[in-house]
Design a protein around this ligand. Structure first.
Ligand code: 13P
Length: 256
C-alpha cells in the first residue's frame, strides 16, 4: 500500500467525558506504534474532544482527533451549531462530513457536505467525506454512478491541494451497524471507482495520493481482507472502535 493507511474510529453518540477518557487511556496504553506508518484518528462527540486530546497529549500519542460534524458559517445566530474555527481551536485535524446517519436523519445533502468540506479546507483542516449507497441503490445496480456522483458533489470547487487534505470514506449504508460487511470485492469495486472519479475531477496523481477508507461492520475478523484491496487505505469504524482491544487490532492490521 503506497498511501499511508488511516484507521479512524467513529464513536458516534457514545461516551460521556469519563467514559471517553477511560477509552482513550486504554487505546493509548496499547498504541506503541511507528506513527509514520499509520494515521490513527478518533472521531468523538464535541463534548469529549478536549478531554480526549488532553489524554493523547499527556501520553504523547500521536493520534489525531476529529469532530463528527461541523457547520460551514464562521459565527452567528446558528443555535446548536459548531464552527470550523471552534473545532480547530480545540485541536481537531479533521471533521467527518456527510455520514449516512446525518444524511438520513439530519437532512445532510450533497450541497451541505460540499459547503462543510470547503469550510474545513479553507481553515487548513481535512474533511473525511462519507459516501455510500443504500440497499435500494445497490439492488437497482446503480451503485457506482450514485457513489461517484456523491464524490463529485462533495469535492466540487476544491483545488488540488485542498482535495489532498481530504479523505473519502466509502460506507455502504446497508453494511453500517448491521454486521453485514461488503465483501472485499464489492468494497474494492466501489473504492476503485471513487479513485477514478477523483482522477477525472482532479488528476491521476492526486487521486493516487488520496486515501479511501472502507466503513461498515469492519472488525478484526474482516479487516485484513479489506485492507488487502488495492484501493482501500484504511477504515472508518463504528462499533469496533468502542472497545480498545478491537480498535487497536484494527490499527495493527494497517501495519502488516
Ligand atoms: P459500524 O462499524 O458500526 O458498522 O459503523 C460504521 C460507520 O458508520 C462508521 O462511520
Amino acid at each position: 500500500m503506497a498511501r499511508k493507511p488511516m484507521m479512524a474510529g467513529n464513536w458516534k453518540m457514545n461516551n460521556t467525558i469519563p467514559e471517553a477518557v477511560v477509552l482513550t487511556q486504554e487505546i493509548s496504553n496499547r498504541l506503541k506504534y511507528e506513527w509514520e506508518k499509520v494515521d490513527v484518528v478518533l472521531c468523538v462527540p464535541y463534548t469529549a474532544l478536549k478531554p480526549v486530546l488532553t489524554v493523547l497529549e499527556y501520553d504523547k500519542v500521536e493520534a489525531k482527533v476529529a469532530s463528527q460534524n461541523v457547520f460551514w458559517e464562521e459565527k452567528g445566530a446558528f443555535t446548536g451549531e459548531v464552527s470550523v474555527g471552534m473545532i480547530k481551536g480545540v485541536g481537531c485535524k479533521y471533521s467527518v462530513v456527510g455520514h449516512s446517519e446525518r444524511r438520513e436523519m439530519f437532512g445532510e445533502t450533497d450541497e451541505t457536505v460540499n459547503k462543510k468540506a470547503k469550510a474545513l479546507v479553507a481553515a487548513g483542516l481535512g474533511a473525511i467525506v462519507c459516501v455510500g449507497e443504500s440497499l435500494e441503490v445497490r439492488d437497482a445496480g446503480t451503485t457506482l454512478d450514485f457513489v461517484c456522483a456523491q464524490v463529485k458533489a462533495a469535492f466540487a470547487g476544491l483545488s488540488v491541494p485542498e482535495a489532498q487534505k481530504c479523505v473519502v470514506a466509502y460506507e455502504p449504508v446497508w453494511a453500517i451497524g448491521t454486521g453485514r460487511t461488503a465483501t472485499p470485492e464489492q468494497a474494492e469495486e466501489v473504492c476503485a471507482a471513487i479513485r477514478a472519479a477523483l482522477a477525472a475531477q482532479f488528476d491521476a496523481a492526486t487521486a493516487e495520493g488520496m486515501r479511501i477508507l472502507y466503513g461498515g461492520s469492519m472488525n478484526p475478523g474482516n479487516v485484513d481482507m479489506l485492507l488487502a484491496q488495492e484501493d482501500i487505505d484504511g477504515g472508518l469504524v463504528g462499533g469496533a472502535s468502542l472497545e480498545a482491544p478491537s480498535f487497536v487490532q484494527l490499527v495493527q492490521a494497517c501495519l502488516k
